[in-house]
Ligand binder design. Structure first.
Ligand code: ADP
Length: 218
């Protein structure tokens, strides 16, 4: 695959597989997967001032304020590993974030992963991640070799605090209201590509292949 600098954004509801797809693509494309959710959770676990503030919003399923996200992402994009491109997962999530991001970087492709609501809810409830290294698992589609234990580092697996059914419903409605308008926003810019996932147990490699096909067509 011939890739010069490639800046990719993933859109899609919570649990659509943005993070999983981007992390599987990371070694194939040689560009980093940057997840604002992970950056925020890292701040929460380190109990930084930003993490403590962000937790108030995240625990309710609300978005954290745009300025907080833009500060975090601006710092992250300055790091050396971003010079050859990057995959953004979880940002932008609002039109003001998209506008601010445009002043920082050029985006080449936006990939919208479309997943129906009922699948989103089931997927999020089955999700767990490693408390040590953050690797994501799913009790339906991506089980660890040993239940409750991370294959990579042996850390303990745990469901995310915001994956409780009531919080998932709120995140989904916030997605439809605040983030879904970005689909049209990027469509109007001519850089939107869609992939669909209608099968709850579809292995994540399928979405990875679909993204690679899109990139190769560019
Ligand atoms: P998911 O895509 O599964 O909802 P993330 O890990 O991307 O999960 O995000 C978890 C939470 O972090 C969100 O529900 C939100 O509260 C907060 N968050 C992450 N990225 C952003 C963003 N760009 N703007 C506002 N809030 C964000």
């Amino acid at each position: 695959m011939v890739l010069s600098v490639m800046n990719i954004v993933f859109l899609g509801p919570p649990g659509s597989g943005k993070g999983t797809t981007a992390s599987l693509l990371e070694p194939k494309l040689g560009i980093p997967h940057i997840s604002t959710g992970e950056l925020l959770r890292d701040n929460i676990s380190r109990k930084t001032a930003l993490g403590m503030e962000a937790e108030k919003y995240i625990s309710k399923g609300d978005l954290v304020p745009d300025e907080m996200i833009l500060d975090i992402i601006k710092e992250r994009l300055k790091e050396d590993d971003c010079k050859k491109g990057f995959m953004l997962d979880g940002v932008p999530r609002t039109v003001p974030q998209a506008e601010a991001l445009e002043n920082m970087i050029d985006i080449d492709i936006v990939i919208d992963i479309e997943v129906p609501d009922d699948i989103v809810i089931k997927r999020n409830s089955a999700r767990e991640s490693c408390t040590e290294c953050g690797k994501i698992y799913n009790k339906r589609t991506m089980r660890p070799e040993k239940e409750g234990v991370c294959d990579v580092c042996g850390g303990r697996l745990e469901g995310r605090a915001d994956d409780r059914p009531d919080v998932i419903k709120e995140r989904l409605s916030v997605y439809r209201e605040k983030t879904a308008p970005l689909i049209e926003y990027y469509e109007n810019k001519g850089i939107l590509k869609r992939i669909e996932c209608n099968d709850i147990d579809e292995p994540p490699e399928i979405a990875v292949e679909k993204v690679i096909d899109i990139i190769e067509d560019e």
